[in-house]
Design a protein around this ligand. Structure first.
Ligand code: DCP
Ligand code: CA
Ligand code: CA
Length: 362
């Protein structure tokens, strides 16, 4: 859509600064201003995240802990607490969704937002990004960096430019000049191998890349060549794809023969709750509302719910609640053909696991 009249999209990319380590430093004052690595300290351990203080010593994500300790002997290793990282992640995703439903998480700590149209009717994406940063700071006591531009590629490059606590805008008028001087490694989808190949062809920055026509690039880089041709001209029409948010998760069973016996119903209910427990664990969600669904032999359908004051995902505890619901006084006493248990009011920010790092989606 961009490049046609004033029909530019407004895309924001937000990425938390030194995500795991900032959380550890927030929660443990002894770690503040110190070189910290989240990861395993053992001989086979790997650094998952390094604090900015540790990076000064050349310690980075994915480095063997053994090497990290060698580079920085005073490095403090901290075990990861994924439950806390996930909770912070859902807090920031919730903040993003105050502005737009077009939120595409790339990993726990980053997302693209399309704010061209937004829930607050705000015109300036820069102001939105500033508000989001402030809100993240107020709610989580952590900093994020924001990039704002006309497409995903440029927004992401921009968010990385002034880390930590950065806010970088590449306006439509600046796009072409910006891309010309951009080193080739910074282009989305260009890893070490492709960058080396580009350099053999004499391509070091956007300006060099502009000299190649579409067919040449396709010849050298296949499908990606087409993308490079477009992106260097400021065209990246990949949409911000929101993830569907799961509203409830359940399990149910239709019986071969209708059941009257309480013992048998309890037995069935137990195995349904166990199945639900497995599904909850797999999706890594818990919920606050338990709903029992009963279909009687005559297809009469009833549901009974109860809302808890804390998130629940334990099969046995759900089973205890389900039994209570099954014994609700006002339910008819008839043979039962189906039982189902579901959990809603879930604690999830998004349906799919987003713990994976960025994947190239084309
Ligand atoms: N992570 C990981 N393994 C990696 C890279 C990252 O487990 N190889 C985790 C730890 C990071 C988090 O993902 O804290 C986010 O990764 P980023 O690449 O965004 O890096 P940081 O947030 O740590 O730092 P920056 O401020 O550079 O974004
Ligand atoms: Ca980050
Ligand atoms: Ca990230």
């Amino acid at each position: 859509m961009e490049n046609k009249g004033s029909q530019y999209r407004k895309i924001i990319h937000i990425d938390m600064d030194a995500f795991f380590t900032s959380i550890e430093q927030r929660d443990n004052p002894h770690l503040r201003h110190r070189p910290v690595a989240v990861g395993g300290a053992g001989p086979r351990g790997v650094v998952a995240a390094a604090s900015y203080e540790a990076r000064k010593f050349g310690v980075y994500s994915a480095m063997a802990s053994r090497i990290a300790k060698h580079k920085c002997p005073q490095l403090i290793f901290v075990k990861p607490r994924f439950d806390v990282y996930k909770a912070v992640s859902s807090e920031i995703m919730t903040i993003f969704r105050d502005y737009t439903d077009l939120v595409e998480p790339l990993s726990l700590d980053e997302a693209y937002l399309d704010v061209t149209e937004n829930k607050k009717g705000m015109r300036l994406a820069t102001i939105i990004a500033r508000e989001i940063k402030t809100s993240i700071k107020e709610n989580t006591r952590l900093t994020a960096s924001a990039g704002i531009s006309i497409n995903k590629f440029l927004a992401k490059v921009a968010s990385g430019m002034n880390k930590p606590d950065g806010l970088t805008v590449i306006t439509p008028g600046e796009v072409h000049e910006f891309i010309k001087t951009l080193p080739i490694e910074k282009f989305f989808g260009i890893g070490k191998v492709t960058a080396a190949k580009m350099k053999v062809l004499g391509i070091y920055n956007g300006s060099d890349l502009l000299n190649f026509d579409q067919l040449e690039l396709i010849r050298h880089f296949g499908k990606m060549g087409n993308y490079f041709y477009k992106v260097v001209r400021g065209e990246d029409d990949r949409e911000v794809k929101p993830e569907r948010i799961r509203k409830s998760l359940g399990a149910e069973c239709t019986f071969d023969i209708d059941i009257v016996s309480i013992e048998t119903l309890h037995e069935k209910l137990k195995s349904i709750c166990e199945e639900l427990g497995r599904r909850l664990a797999k999706s890594n969600v818990s919920g606050k509302t338990v709903t029992l669904k009963i279909k009687y032999f005559d297809f009469d359908l009833k549901t009974r719910s109860i809302s808890l004051n804390k998130f629940q995902s334990n099969a046995e505890e759900i089973f205890e609640i389900a039994k209570k619901l099954l014994h609700s006084d006002d339910l008819p006493r008839k043979a039962i053909r189906l039982l189902g248990i579901s959990l809603s009011n879930l604690n999830n920010g998004s349906e799919k696991g987003i713990s994976n790092q960025l994947t190239i989606d084309f």
